[in-house]
Design a protein around this ligand. Structure first.
Ligand code: ASP
Ligand code: MG
Length: 473
């Protein structure tokens, strides 16, 4: 039995016409594979709106979150109206939409009624989970309308996670059990499960989320557990790009990558993939394709354990925010590392990773990656929490904190080529570098630069991807 898993991201689920495109892709692949597994994100922009509603609820701004719920209702109902549903399907969907938004409002209400102005991550997860539940129901109904037995499945029934709300990790043993009990029998019966990405539940049944962009992670875990032959990620760009096209005009598709390279790309800021999604695929050698939903005939990017190249080259360059801590004297870094680690965990439920640590006779420097999965306001929250902690012990914590950008060049065996490393550093020319690191993965080198210099650093390193011929793929 050959199973294909396909994930459709929010960018491919914006409008009724993009849903028609998604449908035609599913209809096409249905004929070519024995079993299909579909994992979906919320419609484009919906998660951001739900997060905003959660914040408004925290501020007890009842009009604010009700307005968002009303906008979401109008948008999803309009989508249903524009799709070719019969009356029964359309009415059932409308009832589902109302029910899900009613539950979302109920959660907001409870936050707004709460004593303090805290929004717990578990409440936020409960509110934000509505997005994927809404989209999965619409897509499953669309499949049924077209004679495919599509059934919406909530990720909360499949992905069992730890209780790190906002950035949860699947517990593999329990998730395997759920997949065996619920998902595999569906696939065997020719059903196309349309699973909500991004969301899971603790053993106790509380809704969790896997971090921003977490639908990739859901798709990756389920692909492995369903023994899929391939996982295809459908998005609105042509594949993994050599740089973010918003920062580098010359950015272009990289046709092939190794898992290691893709993992570094995701970790160091390429938002197209969730940082944790590559490891399960690499471990089970499930090939990954990234394709443009609006140009399905294009090959996109293929990620496997071979890159198809036998030379080292810079293939791509990424950037990600980093937290830099500096102190005007040398000394133990253990205390500050522990404090930042604990604060990161308490605020965002994440483990910190020190990327660069360096020390001279008269100063110390630490640089930590801020994962993109924490979202924009996560950076802010973290910085505030660290500053507050430092203020408690000013004598022990003579550190200043700032955000820098970590620009990372990626390419196989990069670290084994001093010529290439030299070329990368040379290209930066006059840009001050605050720190430098090459990773044990062998295929990346990161430089910490000021935020103001990051665009220039990206373009200059990107110029090397062209010179070293990485585009010959
Ligand atoms: N809808 C979620 C987000 O916007 C998850 C995802 O799209 O992968 O982050
Ligand atoms: Mg994504």
């Amino acid at each position: 039995m050959r199973t294909l898993a396909m994930k459709f991201g929010g960018a491919s689920l914006g409008t009724a016409s993009s849903l028609a495109q998604v449908l035609s892709i599913i209809l096409h692949e249905c004929k070519r594979w024995d079993q299909l597994l579909v994992v979906v994100s919320a419609l484009e922009g919906v998660t951001d709106m739900l997060l905003e509603a959660a914040q408004l609820a925290r501020l007890a701004n009842r009009r604010g979150y009700r307005r968002i719920a009303a906008t979401l209702r109008t948008r999803h109902l309009a989508m249903v109206e524009q799709l070719p549903f019969g009356a029964t399907a359309s009415n059932a969907l409308k009832a589902d939409i109302d029910q899900l938004l009613y539950e979302m409002l109920d959660h907001c209400q409870r936050v707004a009624d709460g004593q303090d102005d805290e929004l717990t991550p578990s409440m936020s997860d409960a509110i934000v989970s509505a997005g994927e539940r809404l989209s999965a129901r619409i897509i499953a109904a669309l499949l049924r309308q077209n004679d495919i037995c599509g059934i919406a499945v909530d990720g909360t029934d499949l992905i069992i996670t730890d209780d790190v709300h906002g950035n949860a990790n699947p517990v593999l043993s329990s998730t395997t059990r759920q997949v065996d009990d619920i998902l595999l029998p569906m696939l065997e019966r020719g059903i196309v499960p349309v699973v909500t990405g991004f969301i899971g539940a603790t053993e106790g049944g509380a809704t969790t989320t896997l971090g921003r962009g977490g639908t990739d992670y859901t798709a990756s875990v389920l692909s492995v557990m369903a023994d899929a032959a391939e996982l295809w990620i459908w998005t609105d760009v042509d594949g993994i790009m050599s740089a973010d096209p918003r920062s580098v005009d010359q950015a272009r598709v990289v046709p092939r990558l190794e898992y290691r390279e893709a993992a570094e790309l995701a970790y160091f800021g390429a938002r197209i993939l969730h940082a944790k999604m590559i490891a399960p695929l690499a471990e089970h050698a499930v090939p990954l394709r990234i394709k443009n939903v609006f140009k399905p005939q294009q090959t996109g990017t293929l990620v496997t354990n071979e890159s198809g190249d036998d030379y080292s080259a810079v293939k791509a360059v990424t950037s990600i925010q980093a937290l830099a801590l500096t102190r005007p004297s040398s000394g133990s870094m253990a205390g500050i590392t522990k404090m930042v680690g604990n604060t990161l965990f308490d605020t965002l439920g994440m483990r910190s990773e020190v990327m660069i640590a360096s020390q001279s006779a008269n100063s110390s420097f630490l640089c930590l990656v801020i994962p993109t999965s924490i979202g924009i306001d996560g950076v802010d929250r973290l910085q505030r929490a660290i500053k507050a902690k430092m203020a408690e012990y000013p004598e022990k914590m003579p550190w200043t904190i700032e955000t820098l950008t970590l620009v990372t060049a990626i390419g196989q065996a990069l670290n084994q080529s001093p010529r290439l490393l030299g070329a990368i550093l040379n290209s930066l020319d006059d840009l001050p570098i605050h720190g430098l690191a090459t990773g044990p993965s062998d295929c990346s080198i990161s430089v910490a630069v000021s935020q103001a210099d990051s665009r220039t650093a990206l373009s200059r390193i990107h110029a090397l991807t062209i010179k070293t011929g990485a585009d010959t793929g």
